[in-house]
Design a protein around this ligand. Structure first.
Ligand code: PSU
Ligand code: MN
Length: 303
């Protein structure tokens, strides 16, 4: 069921650091041609920091871990399905092209032995519709992978999302932040569980976490300050975008891509520039975390 790219397979066999990357952000989260540029830049940043990138997606009834250029192109073409844990087997069965969300990506990563994953933001609890809870949250509670992200998307109900993480036992680490970042914006009033200054310092915590819990851990990294969309401006953009979606009666899994699209248009590209900057930065941070984790493993096995 899994096809693992040679480079990724070799790295895993030799216990070298590997970072999993999701593909929904390519197929549904970013406009063309930015999506492919960013996907390649994220992989390049992972490499530059000393780890091997493994972008995950579904093609022809198989889960691919580590993609070819041609497969990236297929993800950027129309008709790609958004895959979470409720439709993973269905898309495989009908041999569709599937882009994995955080939920599906970490599930696949854990299956093949990758313990660090990165993206922009996780899904969470939506505003208003408190029963619309992303499959990402229960997946994090059940899957032993460290997810490096810039918090949850600010289009969500962040307070409810933050509570959910606590209820289900997912620790939240902040890199150079005391508060749970809000994706496009750096600040919220919601605390992280612990602040660290570097991804290397986070590795120590992740290392301990995985020896005691079979669950995920969030390592949050705020959007780089120079690309932030301040909260007040963001809230204006969001109100306008939400009004558009309500008028078009958009629901469920379609909400996230439609909102991101509307926000980019309404903010004249500001949200898109923030999104790109945080994705690039998170890729570097995740690779540094993976490198530090594999050094910890080496030290442990040398004892
Ligand atoms: N954040 C983004 N762009 C995205 C996503 C998150 O800025 O495309 C995707 C991720 O793949 C995440 C998913 O796992 O949206 C959550 O969607 P939903 O709320 O339908 O579970
Ligand atoms: Mn949802």
């Amino acid at each position: 069921m899994f096809v693992i790219a040679d480079e990724v397979r070799e790295a895993l066999a030799n216990e070298r650091p590997v970072v999993a990357l999701e593909s929904t952000v390519i197929a549904h989260g970013l406009p063309s041609p930015t999506n492919l540029t960013i996907a390649h830049e994220m992989e390049a940043n992972v490499r530059a920091a000393g780890a091997v990138p493994a972008t995950i997606a579904l093609f022809d009834g198989t889960i691919h871990v580590g993609l070819s250029d041609e497969q990236f192109e297929r993800l950027a073409a129309p008709g790609v399905e958004k895959v979470n844990l409720s439709n993973l087997s269905l898309v495989l069965a009908r041999q569709g092209v599937g882009a994995t969300t955080v939920a599906a990506t970490i599930w696949c990563a854990a299956k093949v032995g990758i313990d660090v994953m990165t993206t922009g933001g996780i899904g969470g609890v939506h505003h208003g519709e408190a029963w619309d809870v992303s499959s990402d949250l229960p997946a994090l509670a059940q899957t032993p992978v460290a997810v490096v992200c810039s918090g949850a998307k600010s289009i969500l109900d962040l307070r409810r999302t933050r509570e959910w993480l606590e209820t289900w036992g997912i620790p939240v680490v902040g890199v150079e932040t005391d508060v749970f970042p809000a994706f496009f914006s750096r600040l919220t009033e919601l605390p992280v569980d612990v602040r660290v200054e570097t991804p290397e310092e986070a590795a120590h915590i992740v290392g301990v976490h995985r020896t005691v819990r079979e669950s995920g851990i969030l390592v949050t990294v705020p959007v780089p300050a120079e690309h932030e969309v301040p909260v007040a401006a963001f809230n204006r953009f969001l109100a306008a975008a939400n009004a558009e979606l309500a008028a078009h009666n958009i629901r469920g899994a379609d909400v996230t891509p439609a909102l991101l699209d509307a926000l980019a248009r309404i903010s004249e590209g500001a949200t898109l520039r923030a999104n790109e900057a945080l994705l690039r930065n998170n890729a570097t941070m995740a690779a540094r975390l993976a490198v530090a984790l594999s050094q910890l493993d080496e030290e442990l096995s040398a004892r």
